[in-house]
Design a protein around this ligand. Structure first.
Ligand SMILES: [Zn+2]
Ligand SMILES: [Zn+2]
Length: 133
């Protein structure tokens, strides 16, 4: 599935080819902090199928609790996270941040990872009172 997306300020624009059946929720603590919210949502894309159309990406390398180093790429202007990968790979595989994809309403997660650090309430969002705004 061909998708396109952008950061909040529009400096970064990209297009990519993704597998819509490979959308994952990540409850790891790094995703919580880096996203500024409860969890991350990513879809995998191989480097060759990610095309940066406009802008540049700034990369911050973070050593996760597991010891894995992750290269977190974000917009240098607005700080919006775009993707993450493991640095040094010969063939890179990006975890593309689903919230930046224009077609995100068609991308429903199929798996949840790092559930041990999930916030308790996320498993029952339906119980939280809703507003139309
Ligand atoms: Zn931006
Ligand atoms: Zn994560």
């Amino acid at each position: 599935m061909k998708v396109d997306g952008n950061c909040l300020c529009g400096h970064v624009r990209y297009e990519a080819v993704i597998d819509p059946s490979m959308v994952a929720i990540c409850h790891c603590t790094d995703c919580q902090v880096h996203s500024g919210t409860a969890y991350g949502i990513v879809v995998g894309v191989v480097e060759q199928q990610f095309n940066l159309l406009h802008g540049t990406l700034k990369v911050y390398e973070k050593t996760a609790d597991s010891g894995t180093i992750r290269a977190l790429a974000f917009c240098p202007e607005c700080g919006n996270r775009i993707h993450a990968t493991t640095p040094g790979d010969k063939s890179k595989f990006f975890g593309l941040r689903v919230g930046t994809i224009r077609q995100r309403d068609q991308l429903k997660p199929t798996v949840q990872a790092w559930c041990g650090s999930a916030l308790d309430w996320v498993h029952d969002l339906g119980a939280i009172p809703k507003s139309g705004q």
